[in-house]
Write a protein that binds this ligand. Structure first.
Ligand SMILES: Cc1cc2nc3c(=O)[nH]c(=O)nc-3n(C[C@H](O)[C@H](O)[C@H](O)COP(=O)(O)OP(=O)(O)OC[C@H]3O[C@@H](n4cnc5c(N)ncnc54)[C@H](O)[C@@H]3O)c2cc1C
Length: 468
């Protein structure tokens, strides 16, 4: 519980109107994209790094948690106040300060919406590739904290590949800059930029990001390829990669997802197929045409039923609407979605897909799989009802089996959603005790009083959500 004096001091730092302790506002900042509710003790909307620094110094003196928050679209509970405390919303810091067309860099504040940066870069003939499917809502700060990826990661990599440097307010209040602002290289001292990227708001608050941009590709083609089995579709992905074609996107969608978007989002029209691949290629016009021809040939050899190339922007949009409708539609299948984002080496994709199908039938649960097959990253959604204890237990057992399968195939239990609270109890399946101790040591060194986003990443008991 926050002391009345601390509330007054917080309000004094950010100014009246930029801090709230009212029940209604607290409720709005109690959730993210997980199905949990953790009301904080306050929410604050700072106007810049100096105010954030003063809030963090106060938190250290008074001993209250501070939880950085972007748009709250995280899938692992990273922005939730699981130990109470103050939500530090970065939504006022949303300036695109500069897009430098000579150096191909951007200087942005953390609250910028990812899609807005992409649109602004495109307007100038430039390209910011990281594209989480949530890009219309998620923020650059949240993307950096989670090292977000997206469909284009297969060719263009993930958020960390575009962060040159950062301005960060440390948990104890110091304001530092890391890395470089406009140079593509820089090796002076430890790589604190990489340490911050993916640290899930536990090591520092990002207040400014210096990002790398690329020239906008000249041409693009979007394809939808239908298969009679998920295994055939996964086999086609392996074959495309093996043929050394590098599409900018290969998304896989299983039959549960297809039926679901048809029923609830009224998009699709794919009645008789069991799996689809959404594939995109980009680059020079001649290269793009060549890639489409090669992919068409490989898909047909691997049993594709139909192969459709979008003929313009509207058809491209139709194809992407199908993909983007999956996440929201799935929530209508069952009330509880145990949402995992495992990754395996791409040559083991078929092993993962068939293994997940086995687990679903052995545990008697519905599992919906879709996602970024091109980089081996599958979103595995175990669909259960939390009010049915036996089904919930079978779902949790299925999740553990999926993680074991993933690790046995040389993979990792999270490709882009992070650990937060949702996967904290599983990190020991992948990391050694010694590696976890090194990480705990880093956290302790930078945040000795444990005030910045406590209760995340490391296994630990935390208070129960008010409803889950
Ligand atoms: C429909 C849907 C689709 C999605 N698709 C993808 C996808 O394709 N790829 C993908 O990677 N993710 C995806 N996500 C997950 C989510 O959008 C990403 O994790 C995103 O990066 C979170 O951004 P946010 O601004 O919402 O952050 P929040 O949810 O607000 O916060 C996420 C974490 O970042 C920390 N944080 C936020 N801002 C800062 C800051 N300025 N400094 C320090 N820490 C900070 C928070 O403390 C928290 O730990 C999806 C989510 C949804 C709902």
């Amino acid at each position: 519980m926050l002391k009345a004096t601390a509330r007054d001091e917080i309000t004094g730092i950010v100014g009246k109107g930029n801090a709230s302790f009212g029940k209604e506002e607290l409720l709005c900042y109690s959730y993210d994209a997980t199905n949990s509710l953790y009301p904080p003790d306050g929410v604050v909307f700072p106007g810049g790094p100096e105010e954030i620094s003063r809030i963090l110094r106060l938190a250290n003196t008074e001993g209250f948690p501070v939880i950085p928050r972007g748009a709250g679209t995280g899938f692992t509970g990273g922005a939730l106040a699981v130990e109470g405390g103050v939500i530090l919303s970065l939504e006022r810091l949303k300036g695109i300060r500069e897009i430098d067309t000579a150096n191909l860099t951007a200087d942005v504040e953390p609250g910028v919406i990812t899609g807005d940066l992409q649109a602004e870069a495109e307007r100038l003939g430039l390209f910011y590739p990281p594209d989480p499917t949530s890009l219309k809502f998620s923020t650059i700060g949240g993307n950096i904290a989670e090292c977000a990826g997206g469909p284009r990661a297969i060719k263009y990599g993930v958020t960390r590949d575009y962060v040159l440097g950062l301005e960060v307010v440390m948990p104890t209040g110091e304001i530092i800059t890391t890395g470089t602002k406009k140079t593509m290289k820089g090796v002076v001292g430890y790589d604190l930029t990489r340490l911050m990227v993916g640290s899930e708001g536990t090591l520092g608050v990002v207040t400014r990001a210096f990002l790398r941009l690329l020239p906008l590709p000249e041409a693009k083609r979007t394809m939808l390829v239908e298969f009679l089995s998920l295994e055939d579709a996964a086999g086609a992905v392996e074959a495309v990669i093996n043929a050394k074609v590098v599409p900018s996107t290969i998304e896989i969608i299983d039959d549960v997802c297809i039926r679901c978007v048809e029923k609830y989002a009224k998009v699709g029209g794919l009645a008789s197929v069991e799996a689809v691949l959404l594939i995109e290629v980009d680059g020079k016009e001649t290269g793009v045409q060549d890639d489409v021809a090669r992919i068409r040939r490989i898909a047909s050899e691997r049993g594709a039923k139909t192969f459709w190339v979008a003929s313009g922007r509207d058809e491209e949009k139709d194809i992407w609407n199908l993909r983007r409708a999956i996440s929201p539609s799935l929530s209508k299948v069952k009330p509880t979605k145990l949402n995992e984002d495992v990754v395996v080496p791409r040559s083991n994709l078929v092993g993962l897909i068939t293994g997940i199908e086995d687990i679903a039938s052995k545990k008697g649960v519905v599992i919906a799989s879709f996602g970024h097959a091109g980089d081996g990253n599958i979103h595995v959604n175990v669909m259960v009802d939390k009010n049915n204890a036996a089904e919930m237990q079978r779902g949790m057992d299925a999740v553990k089996d999926i993680f074991e399968l993933t690790i046995s195939l040389g993979g990792t239990i999270s490709g882009e959603h992070g650990i937060g609270i949702a996967k904290a109890s599983y990190i020991g399946m992948e990391l050694s005790a010694e590696a976890i101790e090194v990480m705990r040591g880093i956290k302790k060194a930078l945040d000795p009083n444990g005030i910045l986003n406590p209760g995340k990443i490391f296994p630990k008991a935390f208070r129960q959500p008010q409803h889950a």
